[in-house]
Design a protein. Structure first.
Length: 281
């Protein structure tokens, strides 16, 4: 089978700020910006898809009341309406109706806020993640970074679950990661389980038009620096959102991939280095 290559365009849909020390052991207490990144993926036969959505005006509607307002108060968001992914795709000649699918790394609010802007799209996601957001209580949801109002009521009917897709061996460029879920049956979009950050957290491997593999890692690392140095967030952060030991194993695997020196591009969702590429393009 000839490899399928996709057009890949990074998009930044707002940002939030936190102390750097919350994202990496030994980081500064000073507050730094964390971009919320999405990606427009142009498949040669399946058309336009999105990886995550970043922030959206829906985030602010979902956090108007208590206890959800606490989410907004503790996650200071910088966003303007023209940064919404549904607006940004217009410069590619696309409208929300043209998006065939939205691939969700996990259901935290800063990754799914724009999901409601694409009512006709399939939703590629983890069953475990969607089940959690449906079952979580409002206070527990805020603590876990989940805003159920951001997930469309018909998500289950539109969902294609990673867990149900056929497994395919990943290319050697992605070792030590070995298998992925083949989303489109042609090896072009391979969902890769990256446990630890939260329930149902996955990444996505895509071969670009330059023949290089991109591995979108979601929040398995919050920066390329964390991957290069194998420096996870402090245990307080990882225990609050997910599970520390699986998180650190996943980060160690990402570090091992980086250390192999292949031309694979690692793309964390909140990395300023990655965001600079979005701005440049």
């Amino acid at each position: 089978m000839n490899p399928v290559r996709c057009g890949i365009h990074l998009l930044q849909a707002g940002s939030c700020s936190h102390p750097e020390a919350a994202s990496i052991i030994g980081g500064r207490m000073a507050s730094v910006a964390f971009p919320a990144l999405s990606a427009l993926i142009l498949h040669p036969t399946h058309g336009a898809l999105l990886w995550d959505t970043g922030y959206d005006p829906a985030f602010f509607r979902a956090t108007r009341r208590w206890p959800e307002k606490l989410y907004a108060l503790t996650t200071l968001v910088s966003f303007s309406d023209d940064q919404a992914v549904a607006r940004q795709i217009e410069r590619f000649g696309l409208s929300p109706d043209d998006i065939r699918g939205v691939i969700i790394s996990h259901f935290h609010g800063d990754h799914v806020a724009g999901l409601g802007s694409f009512p006709g799209s399939r939703i590629y996601c983890a069953r475990a993640g969607l089940s959690q957001v449906r079952a979580v209580g409002r206070f527990a949801g805020v603590r876990k970074g989940l805003l159920p109002d951001l997930v469309p009521p018909d998500a289950e009917a539109r969902a294609v679950f990673f867990e149900d897709r056929p497994r395919r061996a990943l290319p050697p460029e992605l070792l030590p990661f070995k298998t992925g879920a083949d989303l489109l049956d042609d090896g072009s979009l391979l969902a890769v389980e990256l446990p630890g950050h939260c329930v149902g957290h996955w990444g996505l491997a895509v071969r670009g038009e330059d023949d290089r593999w991109r591995l979108f890692v979601g929040d398995a690392a919050w920066s390329r620096r964390a991957i290069r140095e194998n420096r996870p967030p402090p245990r307080l952060t990882t225990d609050l959102l997910g599970q520390t030991d699986p998180y650190r194993r996943t980060l160690a695997d990402l570090h091992a991939l980086h250390a192999r020196g292949t031309d694979t591009v690692l793309a964390p969702s909140h990395c300023s280095e990655t965001a600079a590429e979005a701005v440049a393009r």
